[in-house]
Design a protein around this ligand. Sequence first.
Ligand code: PEP
Length: 254
Amino acid sequence: MKNPLIIANWKMKLAPQEAIDLAKKVKKASTKYKGAEVVLCPSFTELAEVGKIIDATGLKLGAQDCFWEEQGAFTGEISPKILQEYGVETVIIGHSERRTSLLETSQMIHKKARLVLSLGMRPVVCVGESFDERQEGLKDSIIIRQVHDALNGIWLNKMDSLVVAYEPIWVIGSGQDCDPEEIEHTHQVIRQALYDLFTEQVVDEQVKIIYGGSVDPENVSNYLSHATVHGVLIGTASWDATTFSAVVAGAIKP
Ligand code: PEP
């Protein structure tokens, strides 16, 4: 894949100083990241500091979530408008950990995606099936429904861009590889679901479909060798600068 999108999801894994140290190390290594678009998503509390560290590098700042209103009495929530003021351009939405642990609904995910786009930022809408759903043969229908629920009725303006991340829940954090042929198939399913909602031109030019689930330095080039895989969303392998740089190297290798 030319210019793969690589999103590092630091989750709630790093203490403040660990996140700062990691950002500094990634910044140092980033001179070798040419040919990839790399987005770092720290915790909200480290956004400002990490933003300063990566300022004027090719690295971009992302967030792991946001609220669906710009402003108001929503104790504990983070407005995407505030994220934008911190330099965030990309916001992960509907991660399976939030769908499962925080009971985030498709309606919430839809509202978040809509607001993020309206502010000129790029949502990364996560979709994916559980192990049981896969065993029951429901994978494709679940994915199509998730794409439709998140994006139906949303309009993409000319300058907007959108990312859909296919993340099989049973692979996340497991260390397991996913069959690249299966990823390829599921990305085609996602693309078809997107064609139900947007014109072919919009999908082809403004939407990226990326894969997430135990991506590591060994499997990344295999995944990205498929034309339908435009990038990767990385958890575990992004929490160590050396491992993360090895993933980026694997992603951009000719
Ligand atoms: C994730 O949580 O989005 C993820 C892909 O995690 P991991 O790389 O650890 O599977």
